[in-house]
Design a protein around this ligand. Sequence first.
Ligand SMILES: CC(C)(COP(=O)(O)OP(=O)(O)OC[C@H]1O[C@@H](n2cnc3c(N)ncnc32)[C@H](O)[C@@H]1OP(=O)(O)O)[C@@H](O)C(=O)NCCC(=O)NCCS
Length: 186
Amino acid sequence: MTWPRHTDRLVIRPVTPADADELWALQSDPALNRWTTRLYETREEFDADWDRLASVRLVAQWDGKTAALLQVIQQDAWSQAEVRDRAAGQQVELGWIVAPWAAGQGIATELAREGLAIASDMGVHRVEANCFAANTASWKVMEKIGMRREAHTIQESLHRDGQWYDGYGYALLTAEYRRAQREETT
Ligand SMILES: CC(C)(COP(=O)(O)OP(=O)(O)OC[C@H]1O[C@@H](n2cnc3c(N)ncnc32)[C@H](O)[C@@H]1OP(=O)(O)O)[C@@H](O)C(=O)NCCC(=O)NCCS
């Protein structure tokens, strides 16, 4: 993979230690992280998780400022035991956070679309993204980039507020993504 990658407005690259303060600001904001997997409450917790975080986050800059984070987690696809080695690393899970100053301007959609391109370039079989069903902005991003709603789980997700919520699971095969790209250019 060659970095940085460019979209119309964004310059996307892996996280470096110099990004730590900006990541901390984004990932410790309670309102912004209402529906995310983890809200960091102390800088110590955040620092302790830094190596893992930095390995699965890309930074997207817009006009030289950090506008968003893209999570790219490479995972093993589900498989039967006998073919486990062939399913290893065959899936990417995407996630996103947009800084409040950049929200509402299509940045998540632009970044998530590039996330599909990144997953395709990584050579994986399938891309997925998951969210609480109540997180409308997030599942709209998934739909806008052509991902398919494959699961609606009922009160399967426990929120830090103590309530069980519905979840949505979206996915796209990288072969489908590439086919759509070819159709767009012909
Ligand atoms: C979800 C998030 C990334 C969307 O970022 P964004 O750059 O504002 O999204 P976009 O501008 O690309 O908009 C995507 C769609 O969501 C809609 N949308 C944006 N904010 C919304 C909101 N608060 N409520 C409902 N819809 C919203 C947009 O209108 C657009 O849909 P449309 O084209 O049908 O109008 C951003 O709200 C965010 O960072 N949320 C907090 C972190 C989070 O929840 N991440 C996802 C965890 S699964």
